[in-house]
Design a protein around this ligand. Structure first.
Ligand code: ARG
Length: 470
């Protein structure tokens, strides 16, 4: 048991207590960020004359040596330390002696952990954004190829009006685009440095918090030291954005699972992204889509968990907040894994255009267009609606589609019908005429696709001059 705070105690910590309290098994994940934060702190301390140049040089050499050795596998992060902060400090003192004991001057683990968590999540916001961008590129690619691939659009899972595959996928494009914009907002809101807040009330050392913030690439220091050590809003916001990404992925997965079923056969998931059954030889299951849908609950769970943990906490730091890490790390890894797998599944999936088109021709997806035809010939819309309703009933009875009826049959229902009705309710016309902004008509869809291309050609990281960490 190696801890930083033995002085005031007369007894050893109970072993079970020690294990219950320790966080090294999971906060080792931000070892890199802990070192990075310590380096910035030490450079600032020396600049302020709180450390000598020799002390600074010795500490920096020690810290970079520890980082190098851990990364190379020569130095193991072991569970005998309470947390990653204790591990780094203990190793530093072991390696460089007296100067190492000055690393923690003007700092508390409270502002240190707040910094580490912020650095870690800040980088992950960018990594998640990159994966979303890749998914958007794949989506756009498929959209470009399918501006004229007709398919039924559904409401209540009932055929409603014909759309195109590009249009349907375009809906997901918008969702993932919003997800990226949420990440951008979060990035900028969280990008303030808590280091220098100390335990809760700042410090009497003349720290230059603006300087530390700029060394670490923050827009500035946080402005209230109590808030700095007790704020986990950025974790909550990020988890909320991750939960929304999963909700979008899950809806998409649900559709793919349906479309991949024998009843639809709109798509065929590639063999590389499918799995078989141990008993039924004919099976090819959409397990990846199901797992992504399933993992959504886990990410929602992380969000609800941290919200609940935070709700009763008085200011400032409380140990409850140590609970922010495991579920957040798990949620981030889960979402990144799901995004990468989903993108691969989508990229390799085959779209059965013939099946989609056939399906769009059945189920009266052109009924609204038939009503609009009558409106075009002077029938008020409400009357037209009633006439086409009757027509649909007639067709259901005859087990056919509207376009299968002869002109004489159509005329018995309404004398307004002429030969041009067939063209007016053809799939092509139904889609091509939908030209309001955001509609599936290939001409307007083309404009939206061009906008999407422009959007993907630019990157908010570049515009905002943010480097994506490795
Ligand atoms: N492991 C702790 C956490 O994750 C670090 C901060 C400890 N601070 C303290 N006062 N015990 O929150």
């Amino acid at each position: 048991m190696a801890q930083l705070w033995g002085g005031r105690f007369t007894k050893e910590t109970d072993k079970l207590v020690y294990n219950f309290n320790a966080s090294i098994s999971f906060d080792r994940k931000f070892f890199g960020q802990d070192i990075e934060g310590s380096i910035a702190h030490v450079i600032m301390l020396a600049k302020q004359g709180i450390l000598t140049k020799d002390e600074k040089d010795a500490i920096l050499k020690g810290l970079t040596g520890i980082r190098r050795d851990v990364e190379a596998g020569r130095l193991e992060i072991t569970e005998e330390y309470e947390d990653i902060h204790s591990f780094v400090e203990a190793k530093l003192i072991e390696r460089i002696g007296e100067a190492g004991k000055k690393l923690h001057t003007g700092r508390s683990r409270n502002d240190q952990v707040a910094l580490d968590m912020r650095l870690y999540t800040r980088a992950e916001v960018l990594h998640t954004d990159e994966l979303l961008k890749e998914l958007l590129c794949t989506l756009l690619h498929i959209m470009e190829d399918n501006r004229e691939t007709y398919m039924p659009g559904f409401t209540h899972l009932q055929k409603a009006q014909p759309v195109t595959l590009a249009h349907h996928l375009g809906a997901y494009f918008e969702m993932f685009k919003r997800d990226r914009s949420r990440l951008k907002d979060i990035y900028h809101r969280m990008n303030y440095c808590p280091l220098g807040a100390g335990a809760l009330a700042g410090t009497t050392y003349p720290l230059d918090r603006n300087y530390t913030a700029s060394v670490l690439g923050f827009e500035g220091p946080t402005l209230n030291s109590m808030d700095s050590v007790s704020d986990r809003d950025y974790v909550i916001e990020f988890l909320s954005a991750l939960a929304t990404i999963m909700m979008h992925l899950s809806r998409f997965c649900e559709e793919i699972i349906l479309w991949n079923s024998d009843e639809y056969r709109f798509v065929e998931i590639d063999d590389a992204y499918s799995t078989g059954s141990s008993i039924m030889p004919q099976k090819k299951n959409p397990d990846i889509a199901e797992l992504v849908r399933g993992k959504t609950g886990r990410v929602y769970g992380a969000l609800i968990s941290i919200l609940t943990t935070m709700k009763g906490l008085p200011l400032a730091y409380n140990k409850d907040m140590q609970e922010d890490k495991e579920l957040t790390f798990d949620a981030i890894d889960t979402v990144k894994g799901c995004l990468a797998l989903f993108e691969g599944m989508l990229r390799t999936m085959k779209f059965r255009k013939d099946r989609m088109e056939k399906s769009a021709m059945k189920g009266f997806a052109n009924a609204t267009d038939a009503a609009d035809y009558l409106v075009g010939h002077g029938v008020p819309f409400r009357d037209a609606h009633g006439i086409i309703g009757k027509l649909v009933l007639y067709c259901i009875d005859k087990q056919c589609s509207i376009e299968d009826l002869t002109i004489d049959e159509l005329k018995t229902i309404s004398p307004v019908f002429e030969e041009d009705i067939y063209e007016a309710i053809s799939l092509k016309t139904c889609v091509e005429k939908r030209l309001t902004v955001g509609a599936p008509g290939p001409a307007v869809m083309g404009v939206v696709i061009d906008t999407a291309k422009e959007y993907l050609a630019k990157d908010w990281h570049e515009e905002d001059e943010i480097n994506i960490p490795k």
